[in-house]
Design a protein around this ligand. Sequence first.
Ligand SMILES: Cc1cc2nc3c(=O)[nH]c(=O)nc-3n(C[C@H](O)[C@H](O)[C@H](O)COP(=O)(O)O)c2cc1C
Length: 233
Amino acid sequence: MSTSEQRWSPIHGDPYRPVPYRPGRTDPADSLARAAELRARMDERRTVRQFAADPVPAQVVKDAIACAATAPSGAHQQPWTFVLVQDEEVRRRIREAAEEEERLSYDGRLGEEWLAALRPLGTDRVKPHLTDAPALIVVFQQRYWLGEDGEKRKHYYVDESVGIAVGMLLTALHLSGLAALVHTPSPMRFLSEVLRRPANEKAFAVIPVGYPAPDCEVPDLVRKSLDQVMTEI
Ligand SMILES: Cc1cc2nc3c(=O)[nH]c(=O)nc-3n(C[C@H](O)[C@H](O)[C@H](O)COP(=O)(O)O)c2cc1C
């Protein structure tokens, strides 16, 4: 049975149980072609803040979340919850609460240095993407889990693990033909309240998903070149 067909249950404290892993080896010429294609396709990804109201196939979004959930995680604790919100009223409530926080942020809470960093992006306190995009994926980090005895058990490397999973989510959405935005209204406590999440979960980001609006615009940004982000030894 493949791991995706089995239902996960906690392995905390279990003995080491190895199984064979023998993936087929990819021919280097195929690897080169795939890598070049992937590099070009990923370079086309942009953060979208203006969405069309058109619905997206829910299964595409669910498959992307399933891709994200294959991410590596500290001690395989998979400390993430993805809340898929398509309900219009809930999206409206999230927008209302987010815009209240963003109003305080843009009216001074962020400080001049942060506001200056945001200026080239053209963002402001108004967040239409939260109601225009047909789906929101709200990602929560599970800071700890509760053992059967009700004891709090620590999760390790939660920030890193959830960050990697969100990177894989964005990649899957993009390669499936959908646009997305990582939105981090700060603070994000309101998301736990609106979505009634348990106390061990902390909001990480709201990710609107959909198709770009026909008149969508994005800031004219330049990415660092490979030699600016990589060094070889
Ligand atoms: C952790 C994180 C938080 C972000 N928060 C916001 C946000 O709150 N609002 C927003 O409009 N964009 C947000 N972004 C999107 C970035 O501004 C965007 O990725 C960046 O400007 C590069 O643009 P690109 O994604 O089109 O390459 C965030 C991105 C990341 C990775």
